[in-house]
Write a protein that binds this ligand. Structure first.
Ligand SMILES: [Fe+2]
Ligand SMILES: [Fe+2]
Length: 234
């Protein structure tokens, strides 16, 4: 099984089969959400990771612990319930906190440390991207997917369901790029030795926020959306 066939499988598909693999990919810097369509071999090359080491780690992950979940087995309406209850709720809880930390840091350190104001700007950009994105999913795309899954006619103003799906994928990519900027700016969310408590909590929250958003986008791009598009092909 851990052979050529695995190397040719897309990373998104591998994670959809078993979420434990996401931890392995994160560890090796392999992008499994926006870059989830790439075969494992290509994803390893891009991340400069040794494919045999990655395969070894995948083997180990399969042998230890229970699968965290079987989300790809859920009916679409339940998967949407899960995404909204878990990940949309998470973003709404944490985004205001990140803005608050950033504002405090600007007030306390903005004049003395050059990275603080750009950091606050990118946090604002991330929140401004995500809030309307959640609403578009909740009010337009997800109700349409629920209707399709229930075998009902979908009368959206958007034409084929592939259109809003693609629009959401573009927005995921934008959010992913903002997160990359934040990672760069903060040295992988590592607070400097002189960082105050708010600064430390802010970086810690950003790292957690990134992990949650990666998982969220993975579930939409690699599980929910492909299954939705399949429904329209039947
Ligand atoms: Fe979402
Ligand atoms: Fe989304």
């Amino acid at each position: 099984m851990y052979s050529q066939a695995l190397l040719e499988c897309s990373v998104g598909e591998l994670v959809a089969q078993d979420y434990r693999r996401a931890h392995v990919f994160s560890r090796f810097g392999i992008d499994f959400c926006c870059g989830g369509g790439r075969p494992l071999k290509e994803a390893c090359d891009r991340a400069d990771a040794d494919p045999s080491e990655v395969m070894q780690a995948l083997l180990h992950s399969a042998a230890t612990g229970a699968a965290e979940d079987q989300l790809d087995k859920l009916p679409l309406a339940e998967l949407i319930d899960y995404i909204e209850a878990t990940h949309h709720t998470y973003v709404r809880e944490k985004a205001p906190l990140l803005l608050e930390y950033a504002a405090k840091m600007v007030r306390a350190h903005g004049e003395n440390y050059s990275e603080i104001k750009p950091l606050a700007g990118w946090i604002r950009a991330l929140v401004d991207d995500l809030m309307p994105h959640l609403l578009k999913e909740e009010q337009i795309l997800f109700p349409a997917i629920r209707a399709l899954a229930a075998g009902e006619q979908v009368n959206g103003c958007f034409g084929h369901i592939g259109n809003p799906v693609r629009a959401m994928e573009y927005e995921h990519e934008d959010a992913g790029n903002v997160l990359k900027k934040l990672r760069e700016l903060t040295g992988d969310f590592t607070p400097p030795p002189h960082a105050c408590t708010t600064w430390r909590i802010c970086y810690h929250t950003l790292a957690e926020f990134e992990a949650d958003l990666h998982r969220h986008i993975h579930l939409e791009n690699n599980v929910l959306f492909p299954k939705t598009l399949k429904l329209t092909q039947g």
